[in-house]
Design a protein around this ligand. Structure first.
Ligand code: AMP
Length: 187
């Protein structure tokens, strides 16, 4: 099974993606996690990504697309994966389509976690108290929501039109949301 998980920053997609990857026995591929690992190891990729991340901007598509292509070519992601935080732009959708066509595979569904903006900002400010993430200041938090609305929310329509979109209410306890996801996914 191959799924995307989408949702605005703070919707809990990382947490749900880990649980879902365990359940379907697939690779959890989070572009945010891969970027953060590169930043902490100070790789060349990390140095490029860091200034965009710290400002709450997207890392340029050509950098992100190349990284995802490498990752999805790895053995553990060939049969099943949860792609978390990618694609985030229409250009990334095109690249992902190309990668999947090349591998002769296709998506089984696109999970969209729905949470309202005020709830999200409240959650992120709370996370900021403990996360130590440089992109967790109030100004950057608000900017990341705006970038999501402008760049990523149009993808919801793309996947809805393809008949792949599965919308799930993202408000509630982790287990509750995980249950809703389990019930909503194709089996
Ligand atoms: P996340 O942990 O998914 O919220 O990602 C953290 C940050 O990494 C984002 O705010 C972006 O700066 C960068 N990032 C993650 N995924 C992508 C992507 N698909 N395209 C561009 N930038 C990304």
């Amino acid at each position: 099974m191959r799924f995307l998980i989408m949702g605005p920053p703070g919707a809990g997609k990382g947490t749900q993606a880990v649980l879902l990857a365990e359940r379907i026995g697939g690779a959890h591929v989070s572009t945010g996690d891969i970027f953060r690992a590169n930043v902490s190891e100070q790789t060349e990729l990390g140095k490029v990504a860091q200034r965009f991340m710290d400002a709450g901007e997207y890392v340029p598509d050509e950098v992100t697309n190349a990284m995802v292509k490498d990752r999805l070519a790895q053995e553990d992601a060939r049969e099943a994966f949860i792609l978390d935080g990618y694609p985030r732009t229409l250009d990334q959708v095109d690249t992902l389509d190309g990668i999947l066509t090349e591998f002769g595979s296709q998506l089984d569904g696109v999970l969209s976690l729905v949470v309202n903006k005020e709830e999200l900002i409240g959650r992120l400010l709370k996370r900021a108290e403990t996360s130590g993430r440089a992109d967790d200041t109030e100004e950057v938090i608000r900017h990341r929501q705006d970038v999501y609305t402008a760049e990523t929310s149009p993808l919801i329509k793309v996947y809805r039109d393809r008949g792949l979109l599965i919308e799930v209410n993202g408000i509630g306890e982790v287990d509750e949301v995980a249950d809703r996801i389990e019930k909503a996914l194709p089996h």
